[in-house]
Write a protein that binds this ligand. Structure first.
Ligand SMILES: [Zn+2]
Length: 431
């Protein structure tokens, strides 16, 4: 327990009966849920029915998790393609739009049916496992506009536990510090690098992070969390930091408990680790793509390929939760990668470059500097330009417009980039 904290944040469960089910019971529980959602989605989601029909499958063919192998995997690119053909949701929605409380838009763009009623357990289970307790006052620094994470998922989940959320959103570091201080806030939701920004700002303002602030639990996502950064933040604030993993489309897919033993898969999600080439399940211990199935009736994605690589573990966790765990995220199946929590695709890099006829050759390099992602757009020009500084600024603005992430432009001599160089070169290491 952290110094001065009277709350026991280490023990207990949000939904004990679900989180501690014996393995056999869990499989039965999930198979039953799976049959239900397959039947529901077949009736209510045009995209899913088409997928089943094209594979000559009927709902009765899917009885168990193993049977999922018969269903072709849906990728993010399929979502975008089908949404263009059949706007706005590509037929993936499971309820009429009039029944949705909200609609979200993620980069791509991908249109996401919001909830009818938010009842997803994953993130709330994760927050509880990570030390959040009823009565915690929490700043939620994820972005609230357009994308679903902050408003729909984090905010609703805090409410499910009985926490009080302050929707601070991104940026305004100094104001965030003042808010933390005024409310003696005990919880933080956001990226690890932004928490580091807050720590630096608070120190700059002459505050003692442990004495003047009251943070006890942090729930971080959307970026890698190297152990060095975690322990640095935990020590600075005297708080617990646990990470979670998921996507906007399929929501929570894993969360850490106090034992830091990989990420527990929520009880209302089926996660397969598959061979990306064959689509077959690999079982525990083998690296493969994370493919997930949700029981969400508003947006019933079945066998959604995340493109992320991980390894599954079924060995018992000393925390008492019986769910299998994802042993860290190992990288991307394809070239797309995340920078400061947002996906960037080679297509976006091409899009930026195509706006400037002066550009001959280019590559994005992603680095890690002082625990923050850094994106450098290396460019070879056709010929010398008269005002390179002006061009640099214009391209940097286009990067922000197209990729939604800040990047630095660096002009390099012609012929520097090797032939066939990757459009996105990820040089980050995670020690
Ligand atoms: Zn555990």
């Amino acid at each position: 327990m952290a110094k001065g904290d009277v709350v026991d944040r280490a023990e207990g469960f949000l939904k004990k009966n679900l989180e501690t089910m014996p393995q056999k019971k869990r499989t039965e529980y999930q198979n039953q849920k799976l049959r239900g959602i397959v039947l529901y989605a077949y009736k209510n989601s045009v995209a899913f029915r088409n997928k089943m029909d094209s594979a000559r499958l009927k709902p009765r063919d899917i009885q168990t998790i193993k049977d999922l192998e018969k269903i072709p995997i849906t990728k993010k690119t399929d979502l975008m393609e089908l949404q263009q053909k059949n706007p706005p949701f590509g037929g993936f929605e499971g309820v009429p739009v009039t029944e949705m409380r909200r609609i979200f838009i993620s980069p791509g763009p991908i249109y996401e049916p919001g909830e009818a009623d938010y009842d997803e357990l994953g993130w709330a289970q994760g927050m509880y496992a990570g030390g959040f307790r009823p009565g915690d006052i929490v700043i939620n620094t994820f972005s609230y506009h357009m994308v679903p994470f902050a408003l729909q998922m984090v905010d609703n989940s805090l409410h499910m536990i009985g926490c009080i959320s302050i929707p601070t959103g991104v940026g305004n570091t100094e104001q965030q510090v003042n808010i933390l201080k005024s409310f003696k806030a005990t919880g933080y939701c956001g990226t690890p690098s932004f928490l580091l920004n807050i720590a630096e700002k608070a120190e700059e303002m002459g505050l003692d992070l442990k004495e003047d602030l009251s943070l006890k639990a942090g729930f971080v996502a959307a970026e890698m969390l190297p152990e060095s950064l975690r322990s640095k933040l935990e020590e600075k604030f005297g708080m617990i930091i646990r990470q979670t993993y998921g996507t906007a489309d399929i929501r929570c897919l894993g969360y850490e408990c106090m034992k830091k033993n990989g990420m527990h898969i929520p009880d209302d999600k089926i996660v397969e680790i598959i061979d990306p080439e064959t689509g077959k399940q690999l079982g525990p211990g083998k690296i493969g793509e994370i493919v997930a199935t949700t029981f969400n009736k508003t947006y019933p994605l079945i066998r959604f390929g995340t493109g992320d690589l991980s390894i599954l573990s079924e060995t018992p966790c000393p925390c008492g939760r019986t769910s299998p765990r994802l042993i860290k995220i190992m990288g991307r199946v394809d070239q797309a990668t995340k920078v400061r929590g947002l996906f960037i695709h080679p297509g976006q890099v091409n899009e930026v470059a195509s706006r400037y006829p002066q550009v001959a050759n280019y590559q994005i390099v992603i680095k890690r500097k002082e625990d923050k992602d850094e994106m450098i757009f290396r460019i070879e020009l056709q010929e010398e330009v008269r005002q390179p500084e002006k061009l640099k600024q214009e391209i940097e603005q286009s990067i922000r417009d197209v990729m939604k992430v800040r990047g630095d432009v660096q002009f390099i001599p012609k012929g520097t980039l090797p032939e066939g160089a990757k459009k996105i070169e990820d040089q980050r290491t995670w020690e």
